[in-house]
Design a protein around this ligand. Structure first.
Ligand code: PEP
Length: 255
């Protein structure tokens, strides 16, 4: 059985006091939820304080990106050992905004995954097609290429630590959600690809989140699909009520 996993990507939002207000509110609302894995991913500079504030609750903390070297002359970057020490458990890698604005590619995502795993971080690896690619009928080909490139050279044991987030770019921050059928179709393809590449047991174990305008109102419909194991949430993760609403609606959905 796969446990549902809801992660909030706060992107470039929240000062330290604002981040603490949000995480304290979440802790009150959903800090003792055990049926669903929960993570919040603040701006790197807020990681340590947000991690401290989660205390012994079930809310874990993730970063939004890392560089693949541990240390060195890489101005402005953060690395796996540094976020790990700050309290991160997860790290989002290859988000479409990073691919679009900061030059992340399948090859660099692959290096970042390996760096994260070396330091016992759990990567949340984002893949997804643009509107243009979907309309040209290229969705599956794009997803396959992203999987092949991002997960190249990884072992089954390493893949067990990974969560995949399928995020159609046209659904991110647009209010346009993929229909549950559209999302399920791609999730099923990804699981089929995992089976061919890494075997049936691994394919059955890996969690595949959906991301793209998830809110409390569409959580049950999306997460009830057989291959959708949670959500990566942007906008709706920035307020206690909306993020807690998604988590509460996910409780009780079984895979
Ligand atoms: C995201 O950025 O990962 C995301 C899914 O954003 P939103 O929920 O705002 O569409």
């Amino acid at each position: 059985m796969r446990k549902l996993f809801i992660a909030g990507n706060w992107k470039l939002n929240k000062t330290i006091p604002e981040a603490l207000e949000l995480v304290n509110g979440l802790r009150r609302e959903v800090g003792d939820v055990e049926e669903v894995d929960i993570a919040v991913c603040p701006v790197a500079v807020c990681l340590a304080e947000v991690a401290d504030a989660t205390g012994d609750s079930n809310i874990k903390v993730g970063a939004q990106n890392i560089y693949w070297e541990d240390t060195g002359a890489f101005t402005g970057e953060v690395s796996a050992p540094i976020i790990k020490e700050a309290g991160a458990v997860y790290v989002i890698l290859g988000h479409s905004e990073r691919r679009q604005f900061f030059g992340d590619t399948n090859e660099t995502v692959n290096k970042k995954i390996k760096a994260a795993l070396k330091h016992d971080l759990l990567p949340i690896v984002c893949i997804g097609e643009s509107l243009e690619e979907r309309e040209a009928g290229k969705t599956i080909a794009v997803i396959q290429k992203q999987c092949e490139g991002s997960f190249a050279g990884l072992t089954v044991e390493e893949m067990e630590k990974i969560t995949i987030a399928y995020e159609p770019i046209w659904a991110i921050g647009t209010g346009k959600t993929a229909t549950s059928a559209q999302a399920q179709e791609v999730h099923a393809f990804i699981r089929g690809w995992l089976k061919k590449a890494f075997g049936a047991d691994l394919a059955n174990d890996v969690r595949i989140q959906y991301g793209g305008s998830v809110k409390a109102e569409n959580t049950v419909e999306l997460l009830s699909q057989p291959d959708i194991d949670g959500a990566l949430v942007g906008g709706a993760s920035l307020k206690v009520d909306s993020f807690a609403g998604i988590i509460k609606n996910a409780v009780g959905i079984k895979k």
